[in-house]
Design a protein around this ligand. Structure first.
Ligand code: CTP
Length: 414
């Protein structure tokens, strides 16, 4: 897994309490560690019946704390060290959080190391409950949850699904990937784009010939979704205007689904009013069938001819609106090129009045449509040309957002 700059050197206290979902806490610990975070595991006694402390220790490469009285390694006995641990943390995550632990947290009970740490900690707290659905919906648990929310605790789940009992209900712990999204959301709030509104477009559009056939392109939406995540990581409020893609919505993004270029244009023009930035990564179709049949077109003896009509150029429409309103204040376009990359991209940068253009060579097998990686060149209106090497789409998104932060730096919050 790619390092996540937001998590680099962040200290995360990962509390694990006694439920079968404890095994999934191991996956979460592994992801966080690989992403660059420093993870200190804290397990309740009940949790150790489900997974061994050694498992968590091996995955995090750090001591795991299990009780108030045992010193792991050379350190101070934990009952003294706990205040230091709690104060040093950037985030306390408890996954899974049982009904019992939620009750203790709500009432300030500190009868084990984890609940003691929670009471001493001043950092944000994210809870991923896991329990039987009946326990989750019980008025006692719901009252405890309401009390914790009131005090600023964040919740990730529980979700609807199969629980340990074999029953299906709302009580299953959220999957580690989604919990990671919540962790990023909580940690990103104070970032350099705090208070900024960023609109991102992603994915292909579809232009229908009849109810079952359309013109489209192989865009996966990955680059756009990575941009949305990188903007969220920096604290922005993100609207993600998306063409059809099976990708999950990044936690915290407000997603607007569209199908055609026309719908995308309408959604973008509405979203960019008052916005700080537009990142136009969508692969918008330039043509649509001139007529769309209401019923499925039947095959006949003749070979049909397809007549095409132009779709709106979204960036051109944005440039016009921006000339009148001043919004969005920074516009980044993308260019998909199969030849003369820099010249073609520069022409688009000028014609579409962009602040940056991110050009990629779609003929390279490891870049562009559908690939997990990209190889882009970033151009600016001052003549700057920056060729970035082969990197993941997440890393490209980081590079683009770093430049957006710099461009917005001069522009005050509205
Ligand atoms: N774009 C747009 N509206 C369209 C087509 C493209 O806003 N109808 C945007 C894309 O989202 C991208 C930029 O314009 O940010 C460049 O897209 P690209 O497909 O590379 O270029 P086109 O303008 O379509 O030009 P051409 O197809 O001739 O290369």
């Amino acid at each position: 897994m790619d390092p996540i700059p937001l998590l680099a050197d962040k200290r995360i206290l990962l509390g694990v309490t006694g439920g079968i979902a404890a095994y999934k806490a191991c996956a979460l610990a592994s992801r966080l560690t690989q992403a660059g975070a420093q993870v200190d595991g804290v397990m309740t006694e009940a949790a150790t019946h489900f997974v061994g402390p050694l498992t968590l220790q091996a995955l995090t490469g750090r001591p795991v704390y299990t009780d108030l009285w045992t010193a792991p390694g050379e350190g101070l006995p934990t009952h003294i060290a706990h205040v230091g641990l709690a104060h040093a943390a950037d985030l306390l995550v408890i996954a899974p959080a049982t009904a019992n632990t939620l009750a203790k947290l709500a009432h300030g009970i500190a009868d084990n190391l984890l609940t003691t740490l929670a009471l001493a900690a001043t950092c944000p707290m994210l809870l991923a409950p896991a329990m039987d659905a009946g326990m989750w919906s019980h008025p006692a648990t719901q009252a405890n949850v309401a009390m914790l929310r009131e005090r600023g605790a964040h919740f990730a789940g529980p979700v609807l699904g199969r629980m340990a009992s074999g029953l299906v209900g709302e009580g299953r712990m959220m999957e580690p990937d989604r919990i990671l999204g919540h962790i990023r959301w909580v940690l990103g709030r104070e970032g350099p784009l705090r208070g900024r509104r960023v609109v991102v477009t992603a994915g292909p559009t579809r232009e229908f010939l009849d109810p079952v056939r359309f013109l489209s392109n192989p865009s996966s939406g990955r680059q756009g979704y990575a941009l949305a995540q990188a903007a969220l990581d920096r604290g922005a409020a993100v609207a993600l205007i998306s063409g059809p893609t099976p990708l999950p919505t990044p936690v915290g993004a407000e997603r607007v689904d569209v199908t055609t270029a026309e719908e995308m244009c309408e959604a973008v023009l509405a979203a960019v009013e008052g916005a700080d930035t537009l990142l136009m990564a969508a692969a918008v179709a330039d043509y649509r069938p001139a007529e769309a049949a209401a019923q499925k077109i039947k095959k006949g003896k003749e070979e049909p001819t397809l007549r095409l009509a132009r779709t709106p150029d979204v960036l051109a429409a944005v440039a016009e609106q921006r000339a009148a309103s001043g919004f969005p204040r920074v516009v980044v376009g993308f260019a998909a090129e199969s030849q003369d990359l820099v010249e073609n991209a520069r022409a688009k940068l000028t014609a579409k009045r962009l602040d940056l253009i991110v050009a990629n060579d779609i003929t390279a097998p490891d870049a562009g449509f559908g690939a997990a990686t990209n190889r882009v060149t970033i151009l600016d209106p001052g003549g700057g040309v920056e060729e970035l090497g082969l990197m993941s789409k997440a890393a490209v998104a980081e590079a683009v957002l770093d430049r957006v932060v710099r461009l917005l730096h001069q522009k005050p919050l509205v």
